[in-house]
Design a protein around this ligand. Sequence first.
Ligand code: NAD
Ligand code: IPM
Ligand code: MN
Length: 349
Amino acid sequence: SRTLDVAVIAGDGIGPEVIAEAVTVLRAAVPADTTVTTTEYPFGAGHFLATGTILGDDDLAALRRHDVILLGAVGGDPRDPRLAGGIIERGLLLRLRFAFDHYVNLRPTVILPGVESPLRDPGIVDFVVVREGTEGPYAGTGGSIRTGTPQEIASEVSVNTAYGVERVVRYAFTLAETRRKQLTLVHKTNVMSYAGSLWQRTVDAVAAEHPDVEVGYQHVDAATIHLVTNPSRFDVIVTDNLFGDIITDLAGAISGGIGLAASGNINPDGTYPSMFEPVHGSAPDIAGKNVADPTAAILSVALLLEQQGYPEAAASITAAVTADLAERGTTTRSTHEVGSAIAGRLTHH
Ligand code: NAD
Ligand code: IPM
Ligand code: MN
């Protein structure tokens, strides 16, 4: 028998609503000989406003002891001056990705059967964005001088290390080997020329070790065209942290909505716990109404189970979601109704 020890950070806004359903599905999906333990951590904007703490070193140490982390979404009222500058996003979400070396941010996109895409005729769409998770413009290097004066100078620096680029590119090639063997580097080498050159040279070098993988390149602006006009051309996309953030919201939109888009922040070395979360945020516009779609959080649990060595349980969730989506049509159901319907398909086996 096994145990799966999950840290749960439900977070803010719709986070707790979708995570409640995801945890129900997790418990229903694991094999009978597996005991799931969940430990809830209160971190988020609400916790910060109540306690003054975002995420302490002791909190990181506690989280590190778990097998894996499941996160809903964090972020409070964008107009609240106490939360300005993304302190929660940076101090909590990005801190976890950096501290736990989540250098692969894995974001699959599939248009599941029966799901209505806003694209008229998308064809078969099944690609994965391998988004670098620890560097790029997210690194936090940069600053502002003469702040608040007419002479203010604000800079954001994109950090790209040979080490960091190579390890994520290697991961993407290895993934492509298990799929349709097509890899596209998405960047902006015509403008971000130093980083772009490092990414392109790294892809070229690793490509030499994978002669069976067909390698392409697109500038990120053109990639947004192709993601809308011909998304079936993509298999594995490897890209930097910020480009990956932007194109995966677009990928969510073309594949049935951001309410379906799942992700994993993975530390492939296994040194630290990986963290799974929907691509979407705390959605303050719909929070507290029990209308958020929990499917993205539920599919994130499938990614979690896959990574934790439960491929059958992961597949059973994907199958249950696929069946639910096929019957979903245009019916309006609550967050809890969707979660229960998917969990119900698992427990009936
Ligand atoms: P968002 O993803 O929260 O919302 C964008 C739009 O998508 C909104 O109209 C929202 O109602 C809709 N939406 C999102 N999830 C949905 C779901 N499950 N079902 C139905 N509709 C859904 O993005 P935003 O508004 O830019 O950000 C809100 C807050 O969330 C910000 O504080 C932001 O920093 C934060 N954020 C957090 C994460 C995270 O914790 N992983 C990710 C993205 C944004
Ligand atoms: C995401 C989010 C985060 C990101 C924000 C909230 C820091 O948009 O997970 O896609 O930019 O990575
Ligand atoms: Mn995003």
